[in-house]
Design a protein around this ligand. Structure first.
Ligand SMILES: Nc1nc2c(ncn2[C@@H]2O[C@H](COP(=O)(O)OP(=O)(O)OP(=O)(O)O)[C@@H](O)[C@H]2O)c(=O)[nH]1
Length: 464
């Protein structure tokens, strides 16, 4: 019987559509780039290569031969459409692809964190990759530039190298740090939940816009660095992606404003060397805020991990006493449950400490499965757990507690070697009878009720 390949068809169909999209984007970016070229010279702004590298890297799956072929076709279609002959088209396409493949290959080898610029050393590695990709294009430039545009091999190298370096450093960070849609939506929900967004959040952006305006008013060679403090402020305040967008804006604005005369830096930028020097200088200036934003991401992730470690129990992953008490201050619980696993010492003594740990993990999982969204579970210590139940009537709380009791008694823990270990839990409830009852009183009531449950024979729920 022939094996069925039906499961491959949708993927192949998607790949083809995806490849066509890549080809179309390469064509559009290339035509745009060609339009920016002064007569007889190469494009002033060539986003295609950086966009292609970013696109190929951000796909969920590695690019197939179809993607690469579509990209090649994209370059060729653009050049032919703009009236370039076949020899010129093939030479330019080859040189573009040399830089793209080196840049793509090196970035592909990095870890997700490193490539997403979320590691403290990401920017260093990224600049090295951009230098290699630009150098690969530069090597192509040594061969084709003298043939197509005249000039020396060294000039060909420098021209291609500097142009590609600028494009990779200015454009790629935006694509590498762009959040996917699911994450962006999750982020939006979190922000509105926290209601922490203030008008003051716009201050760094306003400072950035103000510094661009000030540049045009004052003029002189120093103005290029005017927006740096505001960009650093943006890097400390906004996401890495937003900072990458702002630095791209800075690079493009500065280059265009100088070229159009809006920004007078007091020096003539009319020789190819001066243009190259300005482009590279402006782009490298934008690296400082990018590096700060990248370090901030790493720092924030580390802080979040530390906060989680400080407030959670490493064994069961529920809140520890500190985390639970901190939540008790913010969650207005109407009922508190105190839960204690019965004869837990015997479990340890009979089956060993590791088996006891398994029982604790199992209990936390069972209890969490019986709770509503918004209820807060914590491990206060040893085999003692507690729950905060906000907006819960005493009878509903009793039903929840009984559900936990029954579920835990009904689901044995299966130990290594297949031993099934049955355990039970006793639960005491403390109910808030006045709005200003402190949480400590509720916990004491629940503790007293738990004591009664133990004395009444265990494996039961008692309301204070
Ligand atoms: N495996 C394991 N045991 C723990 C942990 N923390 C505390 N214990 C043990 O839990 C046991 C608690 O025993 P007791 O306080 O006497 O309570 P009990 O045996 O459950 O008896 P009752 O509560 O009266 O039903 C002690 O033996 C502790 O060593 C832990 O993280 N893992």
């Amino acid at each position: 019987m022939q094996p069925s390949h039906d499961h491959l068809r949708p993927v192949a169909g998607l790949d083809l559509k995806d490849a066509l999209l890549v080809g179309a984007l390469v064509t559009v970016c290339s035509i745009f780039g060609i339009y920016t070229a002064p007569p007889g010279v190469l494009a002033a702004f060539w986003p295609t290569n950086a966009v292609l590298v970013g696109l190929l890297l951000r796909r969920a799956h590695p690019p197939t031969a179809a993607h690469w072929l579509a990209a090649v076709a994209g370059y060729i279609v653009a050049d032919i459409h703009m009236g370039h002959g076949w020899p010129k088209t093939l030479m330019l396409t080859t040189t573009n692809l040399m830089g793209v493949s080196v840049c793509y290959g090196l970035l592909k080898r990095m870890s997700d964190d490193m490539r997403g610029l979320r590691h403290p050393r990401s920017m260093l590695r990224f600049v090295l990759v951009a230098l290699c990709g630009a150098a690969a294009a530069g090597i192509g430039g040594t061969v084709i530039h003298p043939a197509l545009f005249g000039g020396t091999r060294a000039y060909g190298f420098l021209f291609w190298f500097s142009t590609e370096l600028v494009n990779y450093i200015a454009i790629l960070p935006v694509l590498l740090t762009m959040p996917d849609l699911a994450r962006r939506l999750a982020g939006r929900t979190r922000r509105s939940d926290a209601a922490g967004w203030r008008i003051g959040h716009l201050a760094p952006l306003a400072a950035f816009a103000g510094s661009l305006w000030l540049e045009t008013q004052l003029g002189g060679p120093g103005v290029i660095s005017f927006p740096i403090p505001a960009m650093l402020w943006c890097a400390l305040t906004y996401s890495l992606f937003a900072t990458a967008g702002i630095t791209l804006l800075f690079s493009m604005w500065t280059l265009l404003a100088i070229a159009s005369g809006m920004l007078a830096i007091g020096a003539a930028v009319d020789t190819p060397q001066a243009i190259m020097s300005l482009r590279v200088g402006v782009t490298l200036t934008a690296l400082a805020p990018l590096a700060v934003a990248s370090v901030m991401v790493a720092r924030n992730e580390l802080l979040a991990r530390l906060q989680h470690a400080a407030s959670h129990d490493p064994l069961t992953q529920v809140l520890n006493r500190g985390g639970f008490m901190a939540r008790a201050d913010s969650v207005r619980a109407t009922v508190v449950l105190m839960m204690d696993i019965d004869y837990f010492k015997k479990v340890n003594d009979t089956h060993g400490h590791a088996a006891g740990d398994e029982v604790l993990i199992h209990f936390a999982r069972v209890a969490a499965g019986c709770l509503r969204a918004g209820d807060v579970l914590g491990r206060l210590g040893g085999e003692e757990f507690a729950v905060l139940l906000p907006d819960c009537a005493p009878e509903d709380a009793r039903a929840i507690a009984q559900r936990i009791c029954d579920a835990f008694a009904a689901q044995p823990v299966v130990l290594e070697g297949g031993v099934r270990l049955h355990a039970t839990v006793s639960i005491g409830l403390g109910c808030r009878d006045a709005p200003d009852t402190p949480i400590g009183t509720l916990l004491s009531q629940a503790d007293a009720a738990l004591y009664s449950a133990k004395h009444a024979g265990r494996n039961r729920v008692v309301l204070a």
